[in-house]
Ligand binder design. Structure first.
Ligand code: F6P
Length: 549
């Protein structure tokens, strides 16, 4: 934020961020004070381009097909150095080593975190063998299904991490890879979800894949039951052949009635929101082919090795994470907008909501103490659609939000004019957010257009843009399976780094439990059971009984 511009607001956000950070004991107060002092004197982003002649070079990072431009963030070179020190203060190097070594860093669940092993990186010999065997099994199965021609449609049932990754990547792969199947998803417990997914399909030519790490998830089990009944109604005893499970709870799937040889395993060291790389991606592998899926894994593996080996100053996930920490903890922004200017990535913000907010949306440290400010709200929609909806707020709202713009440089749609317009809009938005438009310039323009002094006084402030609003622009050379893997792994590692800085366990999700327990007890009450609730909830339960009769 520019000095003098919104000075009071800046002072307030700094004060609250400072208090919150001190609570978390995630950094020495010395370091925080340095960061705070830098922020207090920070020139505007546009001014920093003038003051730092190598700014563009220093703030642009490229890794394979992915280029990330952090130069439009409100961070000076000096601030960046201090942020790197902060990462070191928080022992990020040691945590990174422990992570790749497969230590049980998910302490509250006593589990290792090894989704990188699914991409061939890290893990001990036993883990590597498990992964290799599973990859072979998945390839054989997927390629058999693709070759034999029995199935025309695949219905993927799962929710959260068992849905969002496959759904995002299913869209993304369309850009470069032929999909041989009608691939559908059912996630919500709302009956519309499974009804829509099955609508118009022939059970005889439909493969149903039920994906659930726990195999206890209410939504998934109910949708799986509905799909099983739908298959059985036409196929009778033969229905089982069209029904596959992917789970880390083999017993649960068998008890549900799925034959042992129809079950694909994954392991407790794969977190749900990090699981698209495992057998959870089976529906993608069937639809788009194992070669494309392998490329997707390779793209992620390349980002893994970069994250593991690159020094912090040149490390993309570290840079991205520390930029986020700066925006959240020092500048006090409470949300981040993720705007893919690529229809095929339109599920990116939904995917990242789970990845980031379920991982780092916490207020207790690993040791059980209080944190400072942690994960901001992640939100967004595809560009250019968002421009006609919420960009007003981004440009003039209080206080706006940092944006991640994501764009693909290659046109995959054989619509070069559309693609040019799409990119022009993307680049224009980050520029507009940064440069803004002063009231002085607006008034000059109005004067030249003959607008009266009285009208100028009223209208000019409305037409003024404060500018100095930070963003990162990520471009992919093309939307290949490799680039998709690269992009998702970048965000995964960003989340890991931020979790370390904030002192939380990024790999559990206790905050989802209470609502699930209460939903189960309310459900029993719908069927005649008794329970006690607050008056508002009681009234809702009674209302349902009245109206659904
Ligand atoms: O309720 C949250 C959650 O546990 C997520 O962490 C998980 O991705 C999702 O539910 C689905 O869980 P499962 O794969 O076990 O069905």
């Amino acid at each position: 934020m520019t000095k003098g511009n919104n000075a009071l607001e800046l002072e307030q956000v700094l004060e609250s961020a400072k208090t919150a950070l001190k609570l978390g004991a995630i950094m020495s107060s010395d370091r925080f004070e340095k960061l705070e002092a830098i922020a207090g004197k920070l020139p505007s982003i546009s001014e920093m381009f003038k003051l730092e002649p190598n700014r563009l070079k220093n703030f642009v990072m490229r890794e394979g097909p992915l280029r990330a431009d952090f130069s439009k963030q409100a961070i000076s070179e000096h601030a960046r150095e201090q942020l790197i020190h902060l990462a070191k203060d928080c022992h990020l190097e040691e945590w990174r080593e422990r992570f790749f070594a497969g230590e049980k860093i998910n302490t509250t669940e006593d589990r290792a975190v090894l989704h990188m092993a699914l991409r061939g990186i890290g893990g001990d010999k036993a883990v590597q063998k498990q992964v290799k065997d599973m990859r072979k099994k998945l390839r054989n199965f997927a390629e058999k299904i693709r070759a034999e021609g029995k199935y025309r449609s695949v219905v993927h049932i799962g929710i959260g991490g068992s849905d969002l990754g496959p759904r995002l990547i299913a869209d993304g792969l369309v850009a470069s890879t032929e999909n041989k199947f009608d691939l559908r998803f059912a996630e919500n417990v709302d009956g519309a979800s499974i009804n829509d997914a099955l609508s118009g399909l022939d059970p005889a030519t439909t493969l149903v894949i039920v994906v659930s790490k726990s195999f206890t998830t209410q939504e998934t089990r109910m949708n799986a039951e509905a799909a099983r009944d739908w298959l059985a109604a036409k196929l009778g005893e033969k229905a089982g052949a069209n029904f596959i499970a992917v789970t880390a709870n083999r017993d649960g799937a068998e008890k549900f009635g799925i034959a042992s040889d129809q079950i694909f395993d994954f392991w407790d060291w794969v977190g749900g929101r990090y699981s698209v790389w495992s057998a959870v991606g089976l529906s993608l592998q069937i639809a788009y082919g194992s070669d494309a899926f392998d490329e997707f894994l390779k793209g992620a593996a390349a980002m893994d090795t970069h994250f593991r080996d690159a020094p912090f100053e040149k490390n993309l996930p570290v840079m991205m994470a520390m930029t986020g920490v700066w925006n959240r903890n020092v500048l006090g922004y409470s949300s981040v907008a993720v705007i893919p200017y690529a229809r095929r990535l339109r599920k990116l913000s939904a995917f990242l909501q789970q990845l980031e907010m379920e991982s780092n949306g916490k207020s207790k440290t690993r040791e059980g103490g209080d944190t400072g400010l942690t994960c901001p709200i992640i939100w967004g929609d595809e560009g250019t659609n968002g421009q006609h909806a919420f960009f007003q707020w981004l440009h003039q709202g209080t206080p706006g939000a940092p944006v991640d713009f994501v764009a693909v440089l290659k046109d995959h749609e054989a619509r070069p004019e559309h693609h040019k317009a799409l990119l022009a809009n993307c680049f224009a938005q980050s520029e507009a957010l940064m440069i803004g438009k002063s009231e002085f310039v607006v008034k000059e323009e109005m004067m030249a257009a003959g607008v009266s002094k009285a009208d100028r006084a009223v209208l000019a402030p409305q037409k003024t843009f404060p500018g100095n609003r930070p963003s990162t622009t990520i471009t992919l050379d093309e939307l290949s399976p490799f680039a998709l893997g690269h992009l998702i792994a970048l965000y995964e590692h960003k989340v890991f780094v931020q979790g370390i800085i904030w002192g939380v366990n990024s790999f559990d999700q206790w905050g989802v439990q209470l609502g699930k327990v209460l939903a189960n007890s309310i459900l029993k009450e719908f069927d005649g059971g008794s329970g006690e609730h607050d008056p508002s909830t009681e009234a809702l339960i009674s209302l349902r009984a009245e109206k659904s009769a």
